[in-house]
Write a protein that binds this ligand. Sequence first.
Ligand SMILES: [Zn+2]
Ligand SMILES: [Zn+2]
Length: 315
Amino acid sequence: MDKFSDLPVFPIRISTPFAVGDVFSYLIIDEKIVLVDTGHYSDEAYETVKQHLRDHDLQVKDLDEIWLTHGHPDHYGQAVKLADRSGATVMGHPKDRTNFAANDNSELFEAFFDRHNIPETLTQQMLEQLEWLQQYQQPLEPQWISDGDHLSSGSIGAEVCLTPGHAPGHLSFVTDQGIIFSGDLLLGHISTNALINFDADTGQRNKSLLQYRESLQWIRKQEGVVMPGHGEQIDNITEVADHHLAEHKKRYQKIQQLLEQQSMSLIKLSQRMFPDAIKSGAIFLVLSEVLGYLDWGIKEGTIGLDEQKMEYERI
Ligand SMILES: [Zn+2]
Ligand SMILES: [Zn+2]
């Protein structure tokens, strides 16, 4: 038994139709009844939350607050449904406003894919994937919270920490008791992707891997346990964060080596790095990942982009 098992925090495991597998929401039963993330919008996910509440003699209408780590369907999709039936206040960060609005930014993505000469079939595949996700979320405008704000369920206080990268307005909630609800920032079993995304205010593409690595640098220094959005509780935070940081570095070096041999476009480099993942339909994850390393190289001055040919080169 660890010291955290005494706290009134209960994981709710929700199965999803997504490749990532089950998602975890966390129920805090305190002076307030709080749910950290909600699961996606579906009858099954709703039943799962309802059943867990019932196990504690609670009902959906008893929910007081919903704290959202970020605006991906598996984390916020059924927030509206739960809030409508409970009057719960839903909170999230404004940099994820586009996600929470279920606006998939398809125009910005199309322009981006076009500029990088991504083949039409792959572009269509990605746009269809975005479209498919729509059924699992209901748009909302949360009450906006900011980095440094304090939330409380009563006996459990939590600091709101902006930890962008995986999503532009990704939040972690760091409780006074040492539990960190960190959404998709740190997962034990898989590395999460710093997805291609755009700033909600400017429409500019974020350098998401660079943001993500800064967020990993932040969490590696935190003490306590991580209750993640997917997978089991993480007790060895620093070790897991360092593992992901080191994996990034290896892939970054591999990309530099490939570019030493010849200059390549984003898609060509992606096909060289992850051909199997592309064949299995994960093209968006692959492009996100490769672009992240290219952003990194450009920032460090080791990689350049020939804007005429849209090819990356080693400099
Ligand atoms: Zn996510
Ligand atoms: Zn997730």
